[in-house]
Design a protein around this ligand. Structure first.
Ligand SMILES: [Zn+2]
Ligand SMILES: [Zn+2]
Length: 405
């Protein structure tokens, strides 16, 4: 928990309570609610309250309005006895859950985000500082996330959905914004539910293109002719690699291609790209490339097309996942359920803003990068008492970057 003072936590909890009282109907109720385990963090305790269950949606909503928890989760699994201790729950099956977290993606901006604060002096420090220069107290880390990180996470979620649907034939999928740094994708097709951990592991490998053998896809070797060129319309990874390969060639960005492939700058690729004339938009110029350029290109295309998910989450058949449309205590934003068809148009700074923006409150901000919230742009702030829309103030209070005066 990151609040600077108990008063900050109490202030935010009151708003959470109001949200659950007024928006109870918008809370996502998972299917077969009686067979799910629920868990939550309160604003006061550090440990999760878990192994709880609900007989009906209204019981769940009543708990939310009463307790106004900091975070709330439910199991992806179905159990005979969801309230029993772990080893006596009687596992029936589990949805296939994927977690995409911007923190795990290699975004170049990441190292600039985080900083540390001294909670007593209300001073900010670089992320690698250990103690406050004024009072000597240990510092607290403030985690930040920027729009480009969120954009990368969204793009991974889009790739994942496409692979799950086109290649693996899943039909029942739900997508949610986490309310902080990432996205969740949950598959609930009947045939996914009883998959073992091993089978889930294979699905992860497939979506991440781990262990993919270009040779077995006919994409590697000296004798690969134009006839063997991958076609944009080929099913599965062949077509996916073809599309990405063509896009990468069109970019003519040797640095990016080599970086994606995990190779050093290749002179052969530079020469091959120079020789390539105008590119056709529907064909990979396979035979115009040398074997080594093809190898680099395939590797880069694989990396660009793979969906980067958190392996541990998907493999864990007892995992708790955040309740859809509940509030995330790290930001005060709603873990918004998204129609998979509308993922491309989803704006994490719009519909997840569930707390009021038309009321304002004074907060002492230690440090804040620019914030965009429902179309309101709040410029960076440093060590200042300011009036902010409630939702923006809550975001800073939750992150431990501001406190009530
Ligand atoms: Zn200090
Ligand atoms: Zn970023």
């Amino acid at each position: 928990m990151s609040f600077i003072k108990d008063e900050d936590a109490a202030f935010v909890q009151k708003l959470f309570k109001q949200y659950y009282l007024e928006h109870g109907e918008e809370i996502y109720v998972p299917e077969r609610i009686q067979e799910r385990e629920f868990g939550y963090f309160t604003f006061a305790e550090k440990a999760m309250v878990r192994h709880i269950g609900f007989a009906s949606p209204s019981e769940l909503k009543q708990m939310l309005a009463e307790k106004a928890p900091l975070h709330v989760y439910h199991s992806a699994a179905f159990y005979k006895y969801p309230r029993a201790p772990m080893d006596q729950k009687g596992w029936i099956g589990s949805e296939l859950a994927f977690d995409i977290d911007a923190d795990h993606l290699k975004t170049p901006c990441k190292k600039n985000h985080d900083f540390k604060v001294c909670r007593s002096c209300l001073l900010d420090y670089p992320a690698d500082a250990e103690r406050c220069a004024r009072c000597g107290a240990p510092l607290e880390r403030v985690e930040w996330v920027c729009e480009s990180c969120l954009e990368s996470a969204r793009s991974e979620a889009g790739k994942l959905l496409e692979i799950l649907e086109s290649d693996l034939g899943f039909r029942k999928m739900r997508v949610a914004f986490s309310g902080n740094r990432g996205y969740h994708v949950v598959v609930s097709d009947e045939h996914a539910l009883d998959m073992s951990q091993q089978e889930r592991r294979e699905i992860i490998d497939y979506v991440m293109a781990a262990g993919l053998e270009p040779r077995l896809l006919g994409l590697e070797g000296r004798k690969v002719s134009m006839k063997a060129a991958p076609d944009l319309g080929d099913p599965g990874w062949r077509g996916r690699i073809a599309k990405q390969a063509l896009q990468l060639l069109m970019s003519r960005n040797v640095e990016k291609i080599c970086e994606l492939a995990g190779d050093k700058r290749s002179q052969t690729l530079v020469r091959d790209l120079e020789k390539l004339g105008e590119l056709e938009t529907d064909k990979v110029p396979w035979s115009a490339l040398s074997a080594s350029s093809r190898r680099i290109l395939v590797k880069a295309a694989e990396e660009a097309a793979a969906a980067h998910v958190d392996v541990v989450v998907t493999q864990d058949i007892h995992r708790l996942i955040r309740l859809g449309n509940s509030l995330n205590g790290k930001t005060g934003l709603r873990a918004q359920i998204i129609d998979p068809n509308e993922l491309d148009d989803f704006d994490p700074a719009w519909s997840p803003v569930a707390l009021p923006i038309d009321e304002e409150v004074h907060v002492k901000v230690i440090r804040s990068s620019g914030i965009r919230i429902r179309g309101i742009e709040i410029p960076p702030i440093s060590r200042k008492l300011v009036r902010l829309p409630l939702a923006a103030a809550v975001l800073l209070l939750c992150r431990g970057a501001a406190t009530l005066p």
